[in-house]
Design a protein around this ligand. Structure first.
Ligand code: SAH
Length: 246
């Protein structure tokens, strides 16, 4: 197989429809047995070799390891061991109605990934805190597959403060979530192209409480992630030149 793609997800619920559809198999040998990450192997029709990695569950709290620290470490383990040609972070996100988001939209992030909760008002460190990590974002693919284009802003809280909102606005965040910029940082260090697909589960500037809306829409959003991730993989497998490393 000429292409290798690593798919990194935070929550098992987000990834389950895709794991089942592709028939990916759990591989307990890829990672470090001391770490909670779960790795699945397989392929897209024998044409793209795939690794799908989940952040895994916290043994004390029995919930998925969402957020930047597990995402960072999982990305390092997965990308350094598998050495893919592309890393895709797919998952759910809150979308801003003021930027045209609706529940069910799937975004391909087309501008550098940034943080909104790394506030360091010291010259030099301020820009470092926000960060700016590149994405691989073929526009013609987004058009062909009906993906919306926009920015993502990452932070470690499901909710937000007024200051978060100001920074997300400056970050051109159409969506906010809790992993993309962290994984993009690792991918940039390891020189692996990084693509982010984000399915909107909740409207941040809408009238419903985020956690209720998130839970109500999680299953539908995860099926949308399955569809759109498969579309992206098929699109790329038909155009191997797009993934040649520079
Ligand atoms: N409360 C949920 C926990 C997950 S919500 C539950 O009980 O199942 C947060 C996860 O979804 C994170 O991985 C994050 O990346 C994404 N997410 C979805 N909507 C979000 C939002 N509005 N803000 C931040 N992260 C969001």
């Amino acid at each position: 197989m000429s292409q290798k793609v690593a798919l990194i997800f935070a929550m098992e619920a987000e990834a389950r429809p895709l794991i089942d559809e592709l028939g990916l198999e759990y591989d307990p040998t890829l990672g470090d047995p001391r770490l909670p990450f779960k790795h699945f192997r397989g392929s897209l029709d024998g044409r793209i070799e795939l690794l799908l990695s989940l952040s895994g569950k916290d043994s004390r709290y029995q919930v998925d390891h969402i957020g930047t620290e597990p995402a960072t470490l999982n990305a390092y383990v997965s990308l350094s061991k598998f050495q893919p040609d592309l890393c895709i972070n797919a998952g759910t996100a809150g979308g801003f109605r003021s930027r045209g988001c609706a529940i069910g939209d799937v975004f391909m992030i087309d501008r550098p990934c940034k943080f909104h909760d790394h506030r360091i008002p010291i010259p030099g460190f301020d820009a470092y805190g926000i960060g700016s990590y590149p994405v691989f974002a073929p526009q013609e693919m987004a058009t062909a597959l009906g993906l919306k284009l926009g920015g993502v802003s990452t932070g470690n809280s499901l909710d937000y403060t007024d200051v978060c909102l100001e920074i997300i606005e400056k970050n051109e965040g159409h969506v906010k979530e809790m992993e993309a910029a962290a994984i993009a940082w690792v991918a940039s260090l390891l020189k692996v192209p990084f693509l982010a697909l984000k399915s909107v589960t909740d409207i941040v500037d809408g009238e419903h409480p985020t956690h209720e809306e998130f839970l109500r829409n999680l299953d539908a959003a995860s099926r949308r992630i399955r569809e759109k991730t498969l579309d992206v993989l098929r699109y790329l497998s038909a155009r191997p030149h797009l993934l040649h490393r520079s």
